[in-house]
Design a protein around this ligand. Structure first.
Ligand SMILES: Cc1cc2nc3c(=O)[nH]c(=O)nc-3n(C[C@H](O)[C@H](O)[C@H](O)COP(=O)(O)OP(=O)(O)OC[C@H]3O[C@@H](n4cnc5c(N)ncnc54)[C@H](O)[C@@H]3O)c2cc1C
Ligand SMILES: NC(=O)c1ccc[n+]([C@@H]2O[C@H](COP(=O)([O-])OP(=O)(O)OC[C@H]3O[C@@H](n4cnc5c(N)ncnc54)[C@H](O)[C@@H]3O)[C@@H](O)[C@H]2O)c1
Length: 451
């Protein structure tokens, strides 16, 4: 079969490009190795199901039995995800789109062999998009394949419900699941290999996050080297540089590796970097002309909205005027969905100090922001707002918001930064009441030199 565009992997960038290119009248083939993954990682096993579980866990009452409540929550999660999976398939059921269930492998730069239930299918295309994503990194230690060792996918159906959970890794996945399982009623211990807890976060913010996690009963140990897992009849023991930790289940959340093993990249002379991610130029083209790598597999930040933006860059390269570049991105925000969510954009304190600018800072605990009653109404006044501003230009340099609604507020700050708004635009803006946005009226009125 020959098509105008072949997309490997049903992720955010891949499916978006497939739909747009087909709508523009071209022939498109999309290959996905698992029917459980129609729509990609985010929809089926990552962003959406985990946030559904986070919300369910937050709504659990003390009187709810943890195991029963978890089972109900998982059933709700499964019902939602199966609907989204089907809806994603439907979206690409178009006359000029060939959807192929199978695993793709390059045999030549512009030819891919697909292993399907009915045998091999060969597809050639002048344009190929590789969007195969990433998979949980395995720990190369004894016992890592044990029955009680879970990853971010399998732990969403952990059975039986773990009364004690050890989480290896204190990054996005580790903290979101630690917080979620603590709310479901597990006793949670996080063992992080890094010397510093949340290294990209200012120390005062990291302390506030740690306090919030501790208040949920979560124990966090940093600088821990886990050496081995061993299973007894009814538990698993993680042996580490900080001693032994016994649990009913272990979640390994130590980063994600590129999904390239089955792709036969060598056969197509597609280069990878030292970490195994596909090398791309600023417009996401690989070492082979007409072959692009998008999403997690190209080694950029691993977020769905980055994959979505990769789609815009490739679209511009193949259909548009070719001016859009990855290096043009500014003020890319992120949120970790703990309770309350932790969100950041732009520079942190170390970066503003190193920038050589004259910097102003405003930092205020949420409970002390008098003219922002929403957290009091909602019943969660934990966290803080912290914002850096250039004293000479009035530009916003960076912000951390650890508060309810921060996953929305941070996009607002990000937009202000991208548009080059002055800090006074946020400080003196007219915002609804009672909202979290109005916190900026008060906090930005208290800027002081960063000493
Ligand atoms: C637990 C968890 C929670 C997350 N939460 C968030 C969040 O809240 N917000 C956020 O922005 N990001 C989140 N992420 C990250 C986000 O899920 C990823 O960055 C995003 O899904 C990557 O999309 P992608 O375009 O790279 O492709 P993916 O969505 O990963 O899709 C790749 C597809 O390719 C298929 N595939 C792989 N190899 C082959 C092959 N050889 N042949 C055929 N098909 C193949 C796979 O089955 C998969 O369906 C989370 C990640 C995890 C693990
Ligand atoms: N809310 C979101 O946007 C969201 C949520 C989940 C995941 N994600 C994405 O998925 C990616 C993967 O998440 P992640 O949490 O697996 O990776 P991560 O890179 O965010 O964190 C990995 C953590 O594991 C620790 N670690 C690494 N090796 C270790 C070892 N051997 N022992 C103990 N600790 C070890 C690191 O110190 C680090 O703290 C994230 O980087 C993020 O881009 C995003």
């Amino acid at each position: 079969m020959d098509v105008d565009l072949l997309v490997i992997g049903w992720g955010k960038a891949g499916k978006t490009l497939a739909g747009r290119y087909a709508a523009a009248g071209h022939s498109v083939a999309l290959v996905e190795r698992s029917p459980k993954m129609y729509g990609g990682t985010c929809i089926n096993i990552a962003c959406v199901p985990t946030k559904d579980l986070v919300v369910s866990a937050e709504q659990r009452r003390e009187s709810d039995d943890p195991a029963e409540y978890f089972a109900q929550s998982v059933a709700g999660r499964d019902a939602l995800i199966s609907k989204l999976n089907a809806a994603n398939h439907k979206m690409l059921e178009k006359p000029n789109v060939t959807l192929i269930d199978g695993t793709a492998r390059f045999v030549r730069p512009h030819e891919v062999s697909i292993d399907t239930a009915d045998g091999e299918v060969n597809v050639t295309a002048s344009k190929i998009i590789v969007g195969t994503g990433a998979t949980p990194a395995r720990l190369p230690i004894p016992g890592a394949d044990g029955d009680r060792i879970y990853d971010s996918t399998t732990v969403q159906h952990v059975e039986p419900f773990p009364k004690r959970l050890v989480v290896i890794g204190g990054g996005f996945v580790g903290l979101e699941f630690a917080n979620m399982f603590a709310h479901f009623g597990s006793e949670v211990t996080v063992l992080d290999g890094g010397d510093t807890f949340l290294p990209a976060v200012d120390r005062d913010v990291a302390e506030a996050v740690l306090d919030a996690l501790k208040a949920e009963g979560i124990r966090v140990e940093s600088g821990v080297k886990v050496e081995e897992f061993s299973e007894t009849a009814d538990a698993v023991v993680a042996r580490s540089s900080a001693g032994e930790f016994e649990a009913d289940a272990v979640l390994v959340a130590a980063g994600r590796a590129p999904a390239t093993k089955e792709l036969g990249l060598d056969a197509a002379s597609i280069n990878t970097n030292e970490r195994g991610f596909i090398e791309v130029d600023d417009q996401l083209q690989t070492s082979v002309e007409g072959v692009y790598a998008v999403g997690d597999v190209n080694g950029g930040p691993q977020f769905t909205y980055i994959s979505l933006d990769d789609n815009r860059i490739v679209w511009d390269a193949i259909v548009g005027d070719g001016t859009r570049r990855r290096s043009d991105r500014v003020a890319v925000p992120n949120s970790t969905f703990i309770t309350p969510p932790l969100s950041m954009v732009g520079m942190n304190e170390k970066q503003v100090r190193e920038s050589g600018r004259k910097v102003l800072v405003a930092s205020k605990p949420v409970e002390k922001i008098a003219a922002m009653p929403r957290p009091k109404i909602v019943g969660d006044t934990r966290g803080l707002f912290k914002i850096f501003v250039d004293d000479d230009t009035e530009e916003i340099l960076g912000a951390t918001v650890f508060s309810i609604d921060s996953q929305e507020l941070i996009n607002f700050v990000s937009l202000a930064m991208r548009l080059g708004a002055k800090v006074s635009d946020l400080r003196d803006g007219i915002w609804t009441h009672p909202s979290s946005t109005e916190g900026f009226n008060e906090v930005l009125g208290e800027l002081e030199p960063l000493t």
